[in-house]
Each structure stands twice: as C-alpha cells, then as structure tokens.
Design a protein around this ligand. Structure first.
Ligand code: NAD
Length: 510
C-alpha cells in the first residue's frame, strides 16, 4: 500500500476539492477503505457548500478562457494528459486495485481505457464537423456549427473510478468544456491522484486553474448542489437506476441536459448452434470478472433447453477453478466486493432466489479465514431460475449468474428484452439467421448487442450506453462529442435583398 501511494505522491497533501490546487475543506472526515484488507488508505475532510461554490466559480471563469483555445490545441493538451497517464499506468492501475478491489490486470485495463480515450479525443479534436445546407433563399449560405457548452458536472460510480471520468473528461476537454467531477465517496483517492497528474499539464502550459476540477462531499451539499446548478448546462451521471431517476428529474426540472448511464441486467443467449467453449469463457469473464461489479456484467444466461445441462456443468467446472483473493497478487482472478454492504445485498438476493423457487447450483458463500475475514470476499454464484421470477428483473450488483431455459429463438429474445434495464446483450451462435434475428429491429432492445462475444469489455470507439432504465445516455466514441457541445444554425445573407423563407412577403415602403 505504502509503495503505491508513495509512487503517486498520494500519502498526504490533498483535499476534497480543487481545480488546479487544493482548496482546504471544512466538512466531516471521509475515509477511503481498501476492500482487500479493510485498511484505511486515504482521508479527506469533505467539501461544504462554500468550497463547492469556489470550485464552480473557478470552473465557470476558466470556461471563458478554455472555450477560446482552438480545438486542435485543446487536443494537444489532452495528448499530453494521455501521455502523462501512460507513464503512470502501473501505479494508477495498482491504486485502482487497492481502492476498488478489482484485479491488477483490470485496474491497469481501466487506465489503458483512459489512455485510449485520450488518443481518440486528440483525433476527434480536428473533426468537430458541422454540416452545411443549401439555403432556399438566393445569395444565402446556411451552416451548422458546434460551440463549447460550458462547465459539465460528472458524477461517477465506484466500480470504474478512472474510465468513466475519462469518457467524459477527454471528450469534454476537446469540446472546450470545463469539467467538475464528483467521484464516488468509496473510490475518491483514485480521482484525486488522476487530477493531480492532469493539473501539472495545465500548469506546464500556462493554462488557468478550473479546467478540470473535483469536489467530494455530502449527497445534498455537493451532489444536490451540482444537479440543481443552472451554471452547469450538462450533468453526466453514472450509477444506479435509483440515482439516475433522482438526478434525471432534478436536472430536467431546470431544463438542463443529462447523460444518464445506469444499471444493467445483461444477458447472453446460448443457442444449440453455439460454440460452447467460447460461450463458457465469455460468460465466465462477464459474470466473475470485476467480481460481478460491472454495469455490463453478465447476469443472465438464456440457454436452449438442449444445451442447458452441458452449459451449466461446464460453467460450474470453470467456477471451481477461479482463484479468489488479493487482487494485487498475480494469478488472482476475483477480488473482494467493494464493502460488506455489497456482500449483505448479495446474501439477501440469494435468499430471495430460493424463496422464489430458484436453485443455487454453485457458490454464493461468504468466505472466511485469513484475508477473507474482512467479510468482503464471496464465492461467485450460479443459480437455476425461471425468467418470470421477480429477482431476475433486478440488478443485484454482485457475482450472481441466473441460468434460464428457452425453446425458440423468438422466446429467447423476449426473455432478453423482458427486464426493465437495457444495457448489453449477446448471442452465441454460428447460425447466421439466429444472429441476424437477434440484431434486427425485432431483436435485442439493448444499447449494445454482440455476436459470439460476451457482454462486458466494450471498446471505446463505439458509443457506450443503454436503453430503458439504463437511462438512454451515450458516452465515449462515435459521435458522442455532440452531446458536449452547443449546436448553432447560422445563415448568412450576402445578396443585398431580404427574401423571407417560405416565400412570405412583408414589405412596407420605407
Ligand atoms: P450509486 O448510484 O450508489 O452512486 C453513483 C454516484 O452517484 C456516486 O458518485 C454517488 O455519490 C452519486 N449519487 C448517488 N445519489 C446521488 C444524489 N441523490 N445526487 C447526486 N449524486 C448522487 O452507484 P454505485 O454503487 O457507485 O455504482 C454501481 C451502479 O452503477 C450499478 O447500478 C451499475 O450498473 C451502475 N453503473 C453504470 C454504468 C453505465 O455506464 N451504465 C457504469 C458504471 C456503473
């Protein structure tokens, strides 16, 4: 722990708020506790409303400067931030593991995702294209241009303490926005470490403070203030559906914009034509990776009746082999859950599965002894369930995998779609017709639909997000940058006449 914190210069000397330097905060103390062994790895005093105001004032002032920096020059700053993160990849990856409990490979993977986002954004900074249209009026030119939007509020979940911020930050920066980050209180140390690295780049380039800021505090003092703040035209919020319902309503009440990235309940359909070996490996990573704490974790497997038993046996066999333990140790494939509350939630869900008529096929136990005595380690669970059981429609943020049977491909797609969430979905089949039906208008109603690969581990080049209770937001690649900008339609009259659109005549003698 000390080695990781020292390497990032994060043993002390930071606070819960700032936009280029640390603002002293006066709230209650907040601790970051490692789920690996229960040790406190960082402490801050939370920001109060006063420090919140300082951060937003600074971000609003910095916006006036940053929006006038040419987009490709903003791209070059993002390139420098990406390079700085690249140099610190292993330390940052280790801090993610330490604070969040995901295995080192996944911690480093998350940092790599941020670096990839930076690279992507650098290119995008030269491609903030607007359309030009043919005017119906002679001697007129009409086109669309994209302007920076303003300070953007970014609320993130505990499970991706690096990647989700970077989806917003790298794109928001090239778009000319300033960004105010409210990270999860469970993983705030990673956020502070990232900003410290980024701030140095702004200093090196003589840029003002407030372009990238952070503020950590109580839900209403800071979270509530952020979502109600009319100086912030866009709130990008990632977390549970309950949080999104609250945030979405409040932002809408002031007619602000929001990007909502909420809970998933992701399914894999396995047909009789599937390559079962491929399916088992993909389901294992999707369900057990990150200890089942990804928004894209595989939670439901919808298997054809003819392959159900074989698939269930192969999965149980694979689950038996999963090394569970210290995520910083080479070879571990599953670390702890984020805290004991998450373990309790998992245990309650397991009770509900059996009370609703499901059968536990494997795991689901709280582990004990040695490191396990933190109470945060569990064995991943496989349950045999029916699709109509209420528990199956809920996202339990833990490694529980529901196995269900189907008879026809249409029924499998119905089961895939019958949950209120709509994030990621996949089908394993070598039959072109089944694959195309799954991808058709009558197929999966989720934001992401894959063929012969699992539900988790999306690439940054595509737009990421989901439908229904997942919130409808999109982040990362494709044309997502448009959400972070203000569209303006401009018409220029060079004719010397004043013809009106739609042929309207409105002449008086002057
Ligand atoms: P959470 O909803 O408890 O918290 C997420 C963030 O919202 C935190 O920063 C929290 O402090 C903040 N928050 C909560 N209530 C708030 C309020 N009233 N006002 C302002 N801010 C508020 O979620 P979590 O436990 O940190 O993360 C797990 C959840 O996030 C899961 O449901 C998971 O599916 C979801 N998630 C979704 C995506 C996605 O892209 N769709 C990505 C990661 C996680």
């Amino acid at each position: 722990m000390d080695v990781i914190l020292e390497a990032l210069d994060m043993k002390t000397g930071y606070t819960a708020a700032g936009g280029g330097s640390w603002i002293p905060c006066r709230g209650d103390e907040l601790e970051s506790v490692s789920p690996i062994d229960g040790r406190v790895i960082g402490r801050v005093r939370k920001a109060t409303r006063k420090e919140y105001e300082q951060v937003v004032d600074q971000a609003a002032t910095a916006f006036h400067h940053w929006r006038m920096v040419p987009a490709p020059v903003r791209g070059d700053i993002v390139r420098q931030i990406g390079d700085a993160m690249r140099r610190r990849k292993s330390e940052l990856g280790a801090l993610v593991s330490l604070e969040n409990g995901k295995i080192l490979a996944e911690g480093e993977g998350e940092v790599q995702e941020m670096i990839d986002m930076a690279d992507f954004a650098v290119g995008q900074s030269r491609m903030l294209y607007g359309l030009s249209m043919h005017s119906e009026r002679p001697g007129h030119r009409m086109y669309e241009q994209w302007h920076p939007l303003g300070p953007v509020g970014v609320i993130t979940a505990f499970n991706f303490p690096v990647a989700v911020w970077s989806w917003n930050a790298m794109i928001g920066l090239i778009c000319g926005d300033t960004l105010i980050w409210k990270p999860s209180s469970k993983t705030f140390l990673t956020a502070l470490a990232l900003l410290k690295i980024a701030w140095q780049i702004f200093r090196d380039n003589d840029l003002p403070e407030g372009i990238l800021s952070v503020v950590i505090g109580d839900r209403e003092d800071v979270g509530g203030a952020l979502i109600d703040d009319s100086r912030i035209p866009l709130i990008s919020a990632t977390g549970s559906t309950a949080m999104g319902q609250h945030v979405g309503k409040r932002v809408a009440a002031r007619l602000g914009r929001s990007i909502l990235e909420l809970g998933g309940n992701n399914a894999v359909i396995v047909t009789p034509k599937a390559d079962l070996d491929l399916a088992v490996r993909a389901i294992l990573f999707g369900a057990v990776g990150t200890a089942g704490q990804r928004c894209t974790s595989t939670r439901r497997v919808i298997a054809h009746r003819d392959v159900f038993d074989r698939l269930a046996q192969a999965l149980i066999q694979a689950y038996r082999q999963v090394p569970i333990g210290d995520p910083l140790v080479d070879g571990t494939l599953m670390g702890p859950l984020i805290d004991r509350q998450a373990v309790d939630t998992m245990q309650l869900a397991i009770q509900q599965i059996t009370s609703e008529g499901g059968t536990i096929l494997w795991g689901g136990r709280v582990l004990a002894g040695g490191l396990y005595d933190t109470g945060t380690y569990v064995s991943p669970c496989i349950a045999d369930v029916r699709p109509d059981m209420p528990i199956v429609a809920r996202e339990t943020f833990a490694p529980i995998l529901y196995l269900m049977r189907y008879d026809t491909i249409a029924a499998a797609i119905d089961i895939n779609n019958q949950v209120p969430q709509g994030l990621t979905s996949a089908i394993f089949t070598t039959d072109l017709r089944e694959a195309e039906q799954f991808l058709s208008h009558a197929g999966s109603d989720h934001g992401i639909a894959n063929v012969n690969l699992g539900t988790s581990g999306a690439e940054i080049g595509g737009a990421f997000g989901g439908e229904k209770e997942t919130g409808g937001g999109r982040e990362a690649g494709s044309d997502v940058w448009k959400t972070y900008m203000r569209r303006q339609t401009a018409t220029i009259n060079w004719s010397g006449q004043l013809p009106l659109a739609q042929g309207i005549r409105f002449d008086v003698k002057i």
